[in-house]
Ligand binder design. Structure first.
Ligand code: F6P
Length: 554
């Protein structure tokens, strides 16, 4: 961690004071009346023109409230903010995480074996592949039944204990890639310090066939250590102390703490401080995923990331998917003032994708000061949320269509279903139903239904306003052929680099998370106030003091 003020990073001018920002503000005034209907009418080829594709991942951004000129101005802003130089700085291991004095090198996790990326003069790629090889050997042994529990039984359940980036990545990816998994090994994920989480995860398990992965970058996180202790007690109660080395492995950067906890460091898979927690699913943090989909599946997952990395690094901004998503999001956030962004996958397998992106985006870009430590004048990261369609259609889409807030959204879909349905149903292909809804929603959001069209259907006058859809609600459509490990890697890297693009333009540090610290410190102070046998003097505010007393009564 940096103890003295870093040099050379504070001089960045405020992007909102640039001529490029002013040009966008002026442009916004000129185009603010434009409707998606008018934009499509003016350019019949818009649906083909406003698209970009890389390695089978297709982005249609035509249903956005922007013109070619908007994009030109946004790209000029990206150049003004030094985006090309910042991309290069990240990929070459510069210490761009200035508040923690670290490089930001999750891109090294998926680099091919012969790549060369240096940190302090040392090529880190061989270390990355050394750990991947060890993970691969271990995964093969568990999957092949050579690694067995203390009583000689095969491992049939893997429980990953971690939180934040040490949970969301593997949990989301395990769910997304179930169809590519070895179903004789089930994975569970325990994250919450609420004791019911570990209780429910272990209630029906046999310790003899259970493997725990304790995943924590720091190995000091309260929730994870509490759950890991509970898991060890549960195991030892049934199988004794000697069983721990066959049933516990660790993933961490902190060898000392792993040893202190009592896990054999021979069973530890390491990663490095230049991997941020929310960017770590491609590191050893993905061990549970590798156990599930196998080393080859995991390599393919990393190859998807690497393909998107190469695209981000080399494609012109006009055709660069992460840059386009970043710029469009920034347009809505800063010039149209939209606060939230929805991610709506039309795939049940992507059930946890929005939850994953919440950490990625909101922990990265939920910042209020620039790299120079001055208040940021722009509006930074949006509130990210979403669940898979079509469930949302029968819940919150009402607000998306007719509410007073405009919510830009990403619709994510796949051409080929993993499973068309169950049994030989009545001929209606369920995947076609799903995709029909996927298409219908963006069409309805964009073009709505006018009062005239409603009235022409013979609807009573008084009912017309209720049944009118304003339209003009912007969306991106992301379409891939199939949800594979490769596609999932592409998608994650797409959003990682989108977040990078936006953070760079806002001039903030997307790679620290000081905002989570205060609550941790206060919780540490409150624990003894709740658990000590006699009430200690309480010096919080009157609300917190009263609540503590109420809890103590029980
Ligand atoms: O408190 C936030 C955070 O530091 C996240 O950034 C991180 O992903 C999570 O906690 C878990 O941290 P660790 O892997 O060190 O247990």
């Amino acid at each position: 961690m940096a103890t003295s003020e870093p040099t050379g990073q504070g001089g960045q001018p405020d992007i909102t004071a640039s001529t490029e920002w002013a040009a966008l503000a002026k442009h916004h005034d000129e185009v603010s009346d434009a409707t998606l209907r008018a934009l499509f009418d003016a350019n019949p080829g818009r649906g083909e023109a406003f698209t970009a594709e890389v390695d089978g991942l297709y982005l249609d951004y035509s249903k956005n409230l922007l013109t070619e000129r908007t994009l030109e101005l946004l790209i000029a802003l990206a150049h003004r903010a030094g985006l090309p130089e910042r991309i290069s700085a990240m990929f070459t291991g510069e210490r761009i995480n200035i508040t923690e004095n670290r490089p930001v090198l999750h891109v090294a996790l998926r680099a091919p074996r012969d790549a060369h990326i240096e940190v302090d003069g040392v090529n880190v790629v061989p270390q990355v592949h050394h750990v991947l090889d060890r993970m691969g050997e271990f995964a093969d042994r568990v999957r092949g039944g050579q690694w067995r529990g203390a009583t000689g039984e095969r491992i049939t359940t893997v429980v990953n204990i971690g939180i934040g980036g040490s949970d969301l990545g593997p949990a989301m990816a395990f769910g997304a890639l179930r169809d590519h998994s070895d179903r004789s090994i089930q994975c569970r994920f325990v994250s919450n310090v609420d004791p019911t989480d570990i209780w429910e995860a272990t209630a029906d398990l046999d310790p003899a066939t259970t493997l725990f992965i304790v995943a924590s970058k720091t190995f000091t996180t309260l929730e994870t250590i509490a759950n890991a202790r509970a898991a060890r007690a549960w195991l030892v109660e049934k199988l004794g102390d000697d069983a721990v080395s066959r049933h516990f492995v660790a993933v961490s950067t902190n060898t000392e703490k792993v040893a202190e906890f009592g896990i054999d460091t021979a069973n530890m898979f390491e990663f490095w401080d230049w991997v941020g927690g929310r960017y770590s699913v491609g590191s050893a943090i993905g061990l549970s995923l590798m156990l599930s989909i196998g080393p080859a599946g995991f390599r393919s997952f990393l190859d998807g990331f690497a393909a998107m990395d190469a695209h981000f690094r080399t494609a012109p901004f006009e055709r660069n998917l992460p840059v386009l998503l970043g710029l469009i999001g920034l347009w809505y956030r800063d010039f149209l003032g939209y606060d939230t962004h929805a991610v709506l996958p039309y795939s049940q397998y992507l059930d946890r994708f929005a939850a994953y992106l919440q950490q990625l985006d909101m922990e990265s870009n939920g910042k209020q000061v620039t790299l120079a430590g001055r208040p940021v004048r722009a509006r930074t990261g949006p509130i990210v949320w979403g669940t898979p369609g079509t469930n949302g259609q029968h819940a919150y889409y009402q607000l998306l269509h007719q509410g007073t807030s405009v919510v830009p959204a990403d619709f994510i879909g796949f051409v080929t279903p993993a499973h068309p349905g169950v049994g030989a149903a009545d001929g209606a292909d369920q995947h076609a139903l799903l995709m029909a809804n996927f298409l219908a929603q963006t069409e309805a959001l964009a073009f709505g239904k006018s009062a005239e069209a409603v009235a022409a259907e013979g609807v009573a006058d008084w009912l017309v306003p209720h049944r009118t859809f304003p339209g003009n609600r912007p969306t991106n459509t992301l379409l891939a052929d199939e949800l594979t490990p490769f596609t999932l890697g592409q998608l994650i890297a797409l959003y990682e680099h989108k977040v990078f693009t936006q953070g760079t333009i806002w001039g903030i540090n997307s790679f620290d998370q000081w905002g989570v610290e205060l609550g941790k410190v206060l919780a540490g102070r409150i624990v003894p106030e709740l658990t000590s046998p006699t009430e200690p003097p309480l010096s919080h505010d009157s609300s917190t003091n009263t609540l503590i007393r109420r809890l103590r009564k029980h």
